[in-house]
Design a protein around this ligand. Structure first.
Ligand code: G6P
Length: 611
C-alpha cells in the first residue's frame, strides 16, 4: 500500500527512482512522483495515473540530481490526482516528503499550522508532515532534530522518506507500523518499501524497526532509536534471485505465479517432510507435545486470501487434530477484545508480513502473553520479526496483486502444521500419517497437470464472460476454496461473485438465481458429493448455468451440469488445493478476455499497511 523509494549516491537519481518505483507499482498505482535534489534545490515531478504517466513527464522535464525520493500511491486521504500525489513539499520547497501509512491526527496538526499561516494545497494527511517539518526546521532545529520532533507529534502509521534543501547529502527515513528497508551499496545507499525495488542495485539490506530513524548519506547509514541512541543493526543478505521478481516471458505476473506453484509446493515439502521420518520438520517451532499441553485455545487470524488459507487450517485442525479453533479476519479480531492469555496460540497468516490489521492482531496477542506462530512469505517482514515462531512458506516474491502461489503454499503450510499437531497429540496413527504424506507428495505433479491442461478454463472463460452474477458453491473444504475462487474473480475480473456453502443457498441467495446466472460448483469432497449435487439440481431447476469442478473419472456429473472441468483425483485434504488452481486459471482467463489490468486491478493494493 503505497511504495516508497529513495536514493543517495553519485549517480543520477531520477532513473534509479523510476526503476525502483516500477518494482513497487503493485503496492499502489493511482499516481506517482519523485523529488530530486540537484545540489541547490529540490525539483518535483508528479502525475496522476500509472507510472508510465510520470515517465512521460520525466522525458519532457529532464530533472537532475544525485539524491531523491519517489512514491507510488494508493489513495487514502484525497482522491487520486496530481496535487494529492507524493512527494509533498513545504511551501518554499525546503522539505520534500514521501509517506506510506496514515497520520491519524493530521486534521488537528493541519488546523494548528493553518492558524500559523501554512497553506495546504492537497487533501492528504502527508502534506502535514512536510509543513510540520518546515515549521520545526525554521525554528532553528536541525534536519534530524526536526524529524524527531515531527515523530513525537504525529500519530498513526508511517514509513517516511524526507529530504531537505539545505542538506543535499542527506536522506532521512523513519518508520512505525509500515515497512521500510535500507539498501547498502558502494558509495550509494537506498531506501524502499520492499526489497525488489532495490534488488537490481544491492543485496545488502537493513530492516528498519518501528520508531527508528535512519540518517542516510552516500557513504554512511546511521540508525537511531526513538531516544536518539545509535543502534547496531545486522545486515541481511538477500539470497533470492532477481528473476523471481520479473515476469520471465509470461504475459502477467499472475500467470507466472500460478505456474510456479508445483515447484513451490515441492520445495516446501522437501524441507518439511523426510521420506523415512514419521514427523514434520518444523525446525524449532514450539509445537511439541509439551508446548501443546499448555495450549487450550487456538486462533487463526489473517486478511483476504490469507484468511481463506486460515479457514482451511481451522477445518483441518478441528477435523484431524480435534482441537477447537477460532478463525477470524484481523480487522474484526483486533477490536473484539479477544480472549487471550498464555494458554492461547495465535496463528497469523500473511503473504507480505506487513498487513496492518494482522500485525496489530499479533501485537495484541503478544501483549496478552499468547504465543504467536506466523505463516509468512516475506522474509524479514514485521510479522515475521515480531512473532515467536515463523513458518516461512518460501514462495518467493509475489508481485501480482491477486495472490495465487502464496495461497497454495499457505494451505500446504496449514496441512503440515495440522499433521504435526495431530502426530504430537496422538490423534493420528503412523499409517494415517504416511498416507497423508503420500497425498501431499503427489500434489506438485497434480497441480502441474491442471496447469498444463488449462485449455478448458480458457474456453469456459470465453463462454461465460457475460455473466453478471456468479456463485461459487461447495461443502466442507470445497466451500472454503469456493470463497477463494470467488475472491479471485472479483479481484481481477470485477465480476460480482459470491461464495456460498452449498446447503445454505436455499436460505436466501437462491432468490438471486435466474436464467443464465453462473454457478461454479466445487465437487472434490466425495463424501459430500450427493449433497452438493442436490443443490446443483436446485439451481439448475431455476435456470442457472453450472460449471462443475469435479474429480477425474466422475462421469455421472456430466449429464447434470452445463460444463465440467476435471481435476486429477486426490484425497480429500489435497483435492481442494488442486481444484483451487482451476479457479485461479478461470479468473485469469475471464479477466484476460475482459481486458482488465490483471496484475494491478483497480482500487486494490498488494500490501495493505493501513487499517
Ligand atoms: C490485500 C491483497 C490480498 C491479500 C491481503 C492480505 O488485500 O490484495 O491479495 O490476501 O491483502 O495480505 P497478506 O500480505 O497479509 O497476506
Amino acid at each position: 500500500m503505497c511504495g516508497i523509494v529513495g536514493y543517495i549516491g553519485s549517480k543520477q537519481a531520477p532513473s534509479i527512482l523510476m526503476e525502483g518505483l516500477s518494482k513497487l507499482e503493485y503496492r499502489g498505482y493511482d499516481s506517482a512522483g519523485i523529488a530530486v535534489h540537484d545540489g541547490t534545490k529540490i525539483n518535483l515531478l508528479k502525475a496522476q495515473g500509472k507510472l508510465v504517466n510520470l515517465a512521460k513527464m520525466l522525458e519532457n522535464n529532464q530533472i537532475q540530481g544525485k539524491a531523491g525520493i519517489g512514491h507510488t500511491r494508493w489513495a487514502t486521504h484525497g482522491a487520486p490526482s496530481d496535487i494529492n500525489s507524493h512527494p509533498h513539499m513545504s511551501e518554499d520547497r525546503m522539505i520534500a516528503v514521501v509517506h506510506n501509512g496514515i497520520i491519524e491526527n493530521y486534521m488537528e496538526i493541519k488546523e494548528e499550522l493553518s492558524a500559523k499561516g501554512y497553506r495546504f494545497v492537497s487533501e492528504t494527511d502527508t502534506e502535514t508532515v512536510a509543513h510540520l517539518m518546515d515549521y520545526y526546521y525554521k525554528q532553528g532545529h536541525g534536519f534530524l532534530e526536526s524529524v524527531f520532533m515531527v515523530l513525537e507529534r504525529i500519530e498513526g502509521a508511517y514509513a517516511l522518506g524526507i529530504i531537505c534543501k539545505d542538506y543535499p547529502d542527506t536522506l532521512i527515513a523513519a518508520r512505525k507500523n509500515c515497512p521500510l528497508v535500507i539498501g547498502k551499496g558502494q558509495g550509494e545507499n537506498f531506501i524502499a518499501s520492499d526489497i525488489p525495488a532495490i534488488l537490481h542495485r544491492t543485496r545488502e539490506v537493513y530492516f528498519l524497526n518501528d520508531n527508528e530513524v535512519a540518517v542516510i548519506k552516500k557513504d554512511s547509514i546511521d540508525i537511531f532509536d526513538r531516544d536518539k541512541n545509535k543502534v547496531d543493526r545486522d545486515i541481511f543478505h538477500v539470497n533470492w534471485d532477481i528473476d523471481a521478481a520479473e515476469k520471465g516471458g509470461y504475459d502477467h505476473f499472475m500467470l507466472k505465479e500460478i505456474n510456479e506453484q508445483p515447484k513451490i509446493v515441492q520445495d516446501v515439502l522437501s524441507i518439511r517432510m523426510k521420506e523415512d521420518e514419521d514427523e514434520i520438520n518444523l525446525e524449532g517451532i514450539s509445537l511439541r507435545k509439551d508446548d501443546l499441553k499448555n495450549i487450550d485455545r487456538i486462533y487463526i487470524v489473517a486478511c483476504g486470501t490469507a484468511y481463506h488459507a486460515g479457514l482451511v487450517g481451522k477445518y483441518l485442525i478441528e477435523r484431524i487434530a480435534r482441537i477447537p479453533v477460532v478463525a477470524d479476519v484481523a480487522s474484526e479480531f483486533r477490536y473484539k477484545d479477544p480472549i487471550l492469555d498464555e494458554r492461547t496460540l495465535l496463528i497469523v497468516v500473511s503473504q507480505s508480513g506487513e498487513t496492518a490489521d494482522t500485525l496489530e492482531a499479533l501485537r495484541i496477542a503478544k501483549r496478552n502473553k499468547a504465543r504467536v506462530l506466523a505463516i509468512v512469505n516475506a522474509v524479514g517482514s514485521s510479522i515475521a520479526r515480531e512473532a515467536d515462531d515463523v513458518f516461512y512458506i518460501l514462495a518467493g516474491p509475489e508481485i501480482s496483486v491477486a495472490s495465487t502461489k502464496a495461497f497454495t503454499a499457505q494451505v500446504v503450510a496449514m496441512e503440515l502444521i495440522c499433521l504435526h499437531i495431530s502426530m504430537e497429540t496422538g490423534k493420528m496413527t503412523k499409517a494415517e500419517f504416511s498416507a497423508a504424506r503420500a497425498e501431499l507428495n503427489s500434489l506438485p505433479g497434480r497441480i502441474s497437470e491442471v496447469i498444463q491442461k488449462c485449455g478448458e478454463e480458457s474456453k469456459l472463460a470465453e463462454k461465460y464472460i457475460n455473466s453478471k452474477n456468479v456463485f461459487y458453491i461447495g461443502r466442507g473444504l470445497d466451500y472454503l476454496i469456493s470463497m477463494e475462487g470467488s475472491l479471485k474473480l472479483k479481484e481481477i475480473a470485477y465480476l460480482h461473485s459470491e461464495a456460498y456453502a452449498a446447503g445454505e443457498l436455499k436460505h436466501g441467495p437462491i432468490a438471486m438465481i435466474e436464467d443464465s446466472t453462473l454457478v461454479i460448483a466445487m465437487l472434490t469432497q466425495e463424501e459430500l458429493f450427493e449433497k452438493t449435487l442436490s443443490n446443483i439440481k436446485e439451481v439448475k431447476a431455476r435456470g442457472a448455468k453450472v460449471i462443475a469442478i469435479a474429480l477425474n473419472g466422475n462421469d455421472s456429473i456430466k449429464s447434470q451440469v452445463d460444463d465440467v472441468i476435471y481435476v486429477p483425483r486426490s484425497g480429500w485434504m489435497t483435492a481442494p488445493i488442486i481444484a483451487n488452481v482451476t479457479t485461479q486459471l478461470f479468473a485469469y482467463y475471464v479477466a484476460k478476455a475482459l481486458g482488465t489490468d490483471i496484475d494491478q486491478p483497480r482500487n486494490l493494493a498488494k500490501s495493505v499497511t493501513v487499517e
